[in-house]
Design a protein around this ligand. Structure first.
Ligand code: TA6
Length: 276
């Protein structure tokens, strides 16, 4: 345990699999039934969706959420600051992903760098993609974060009021805070910060971001979760996904040698002062 709390990452998918913030415990949900086999999607932590989201803009692409989370990224370095902050850096190129299913659907010379910076009260993630080719390419991306909550039916997401979103192909406008009475699977066009309240866990998490025009909010609800073998029994209400990305009409187009960075910062604070 460092001043930055306990954390863990893995080269497969450059996936953050643990972030325990001091005074708040586990901030991320990882399913007890998750498949940890390298090269498969791990249910929980922070899956990295690239170069498409879901099945892609035309709903034709597999694997779901692209090949980056199924590829072995190169761990560039792990740096600890004098104050105990820890920054982990990964990179991915087409050569490293050459054996991953789906790479053939994105025949573009890219270089992706991903950093995770753990501090005593925050986690900051940055995904940078550079076009190393000689023609434009377009990609989608999202940091698909599974925030641990004590009960999603008591959780609210604030900050998306009046924002447009699509859910199962239908367009809507968010009225009030986002609550969870059943399945919620919404892709918002929004650049705003949001706050996740977890009253049972006595915490709020603020999500601030840059370089991101899409916010996804997802929980499958009890019925859909019961059909998903890698969501542990009774765990459907123990997480909410709040994902920062660029999806659909907000996909990113890079010219040759151009780069784009998506950054997000999660900060946690108690709802009530913690008495010591
Ligand atoms: O983030 C929302 C979503 O696109 C949902 O539709 C659901 O499919 C979820 O991602 C999980 O996707 P996965 O491929 O990890 O099972």
């Amino acid at each position: 345990m460092t001043p930055a709390g306990a954390f863990a990452t893995r080269a497969w998918g450059a996936q953050v699999t643990q972030w325990d913030a001091p005074g708040h415990g586990p901030m991320l949900y990882v399913s007890s039934a998750a498949n940890h086999t390298p090269g498969t999607a791990l249910r929980g932590g922070i899956p990295l969706c690239f170069p498409w989201f879901g099945k892609g803009p035309d709903a034709l692409l597999t694997p779901s959420h692209g090949f980056a989370r199924l590829s072995e990224w190169n761990l560039v370095d792990t740096v600890e600051s004098p104050t105990g902050d820890v920054t982990v850096t990964f990179e991915l190129t087409p050569t490293q992903a050459s054996a991953t299913d789906g790479i053939q659907l994105f025949p573009h010379p890219f270089h992706a760098t991903y950093t995770a910076a753990f501090t005593a009260e925050s986690l900051e993630l940055t995904l940078t993609v550079v076009n190393q080719g000689d023609s434009d390419f377009t990609f989608e991306e999202a940091l698909h974060t599974y925030f641990a909550v004590s009960d999603v039916t008591e959780t609210t997401v604030l900050g998306l009021e009046d924002e447009p979103y699509t859910e199962h192909g239908t367009n809507h406008t968010q009225e009030g805070s986002v609550t969870f009475a059943g399945e919620v699977d919404r892709v918002y066009s929004s650049m705003r910060a949001v706050t996740i309240t977890d009253p049972g866990g006595n915490k709020t998490v603020t999500v601030t971001k840059s370089g991101s025009r899409s916010t996804v909010v997802w929980n499958p609800g009890q019925e859909l979760a019961s059909t998903m073998p890698d969501i542990g029994d009774g765990e459907w209400n123990r997480f909410v996904c709040v994902e920062s990305g660029n999806i659909g009409p907000n996909a990113v187009t890079l010219k040759p040698q151009q780069g784009h960075s998506l950054s997000v910062r999660y900060t946690v604070s108690p709802i009530e002062p913690i008495t010591v």
